[in-house]
Design a protein around this ligand. Structure first.
Ligand code: FES
Ligand code: FES
Length: 179
């Protein structure tokens, strides 16, 4: 679908918006009723933003807005004006130099079909920002807003904890007191 076709489905006025996405300032003319999810996917080709339910239940459309997770299907693009949006594309542009969170998900097999994975990875980045180690139950609670239909969650919990060790203690994931 072209940008023009995508915009026509909203049948609404348009407005110029300027925001930062993955570290770059972008300005576009968007329909006032266009969701942030459609803006990211259809106007900016950031297709890691996955749409499942499109009404705020599954969490698979999660992106970071000023560092905090939001459901991009429930937010309008015009509401993001002046904010910083991060999608999983921002973590690493090089497949041979993955972000420690991505490495942890790969090592722990924290994904199967991958549909929930961009949201899980971004949520992991958010919850690990404070550098605090978390128990299984704490991680389970922190990721409970994102539904995964494949993994049974335990490998995702392992991946979040492994990512935390990598971020706190280096890429080996082995902290001195745990060695
Ligand atoms: S697609 Fe946004 S919460 Fe499901
Ligand atoms: S890996 Fe398939 S939905 Fe989570």
């Amino acid at each position: 679908m072209t940008t023009t076709e995508n915009h026509s489905k909203y049948d609404s006025d348009t407005r110029a918006v300027t925001l930062r996405v993955n570290g770059r300032e972008v300005t576009r003319e968007v329909p006032t009723r266009q969701t942030l999810a459609d803006f990211l996917r259809d106007d900016l080709d950031l297709v890691s933003v996955h749409l499942g339910c499109e009404h705020g239940v599954c969490g698979c459309c999660t992106v970071l807005l000023d560092g905090g997770s939001v459901r991009s299907c429930l937010m309008l693009a015009v509401q993001a004006v002046g904010h910083e949006v991060e999608t999983v594309e921002s973590l690493s542009a090089d497949q041979n130099a993955l972000h420690p969170i991505q490495e942890a998900f790969a090592e722990e097999q924290g994904l199967q079909c991958g549909f929930c994975t961009p949201a899980m990875v971004l949520r992991t980045k958010e919850i690990l920002a404070d550098g605090v180690e978390r128990s299984d139950d704490e991680v389970r609670n922190e990721i409970s807003g994102i539904l995964c239909r494949c993994t049974g969650y335990q490998n995702i919990i392992n991946a979040v904890q492994n990512a935390g060790r990598k971020l706190r203690c280096g890429n080996s994931g082995t902290c001195a007191k745990e060695a």
